[in-house]
Ligand binder design. Sequence first.
Ligand code: AMP
Ligand code: ZN
Ligand code: FE
Ligand code: FE
Length: 277
Amino acid sequence: MPISKFEADLHCHTIASDGELSPEEVVELAHEVGLKALAITDHDTIGSLARAAQKAKQAGLYLLPGIEINTDGEGKEVHILGYGLDENNYYLKQKLQELREKRIDRVKQILHKLRKLGLEISFQQVITVARGDSVGRPHIAQAMVEYGLAPSFKEAFTKYLKIGAPAYVPREKITPVLAINIIRQAGGVAVLAHPGSNISQQEIVQWKKEGLQGIEVSHPDHSPQQTEEYRIIAKKLNLIATGGSDYHGPSIKPEVKLGQWGTGLETIEIIEKAKIK
Ligand code: AMP
Ligand code: ZN
Ligand code: FE
Ligand code: FE
């Protein structure tokens, strides 16, 4: 792994959601590449944070508790990152539990559709692939490859799992504003993930009115121009500019390496201050 370009990488995934590495392995890797701070932001779960915190303490790495909540905007997916939240917050734990239960229902519905298409994968097989507590389409795609029902992860999505494909099942809707509220009432700071994929400035302005505190500026999906553009927008709207690699592991998007996208340590201080407000 190349040496980190940044002091802090505030976006990555572990086996608790759809990442490949354990919480300990991600922290160890962060330490190896020279990061000083890391936020683990698993989809809809904080299940990896306690283990990661223990490892981070040993390694002398600052671990910012994080999450990435997948929500539905107007006809598109919107991901909201949460930083510095209270992991013991009752409402947060309850809401995340609900989201994960809905994920399980949805996976079962997708498997049912696949079965009708003649592709037999059991729920148990998907769970075995998933290992963590937040299951989703990536695990189904992985299981399909493992059991020879699709030639590649990408093709499993394109042929069967993506929006509009024959085995697609829409998610139970949760809005970006609900995700912002869940994060904030747990004492966290709410940040819009990778806005470059499909978000307008108008939407950012609206969500800011509803509690959004930052936007992710440095991200592998952003071109250098977009990164610059979002940095300017963050400044103009007085939003915290964050950054991270969205690292999922060595095989998922191999070109994405931990620490090659991120931010400086001062961003952590700004986030910590924003928490108290
Ligand atoms: P889920 O939360 O179960 O809906 O799965 C969403 C995740 O699937 C996203 O975070 C992506 O990592 C992955 N994903 C979505 N669409 C595609 C696609 N067309 N090709 C590959 N991966 C995808
Ligand atoms: Zn993911
Ligand atoms: Fe995301
Ligand atoms: Fe992510």
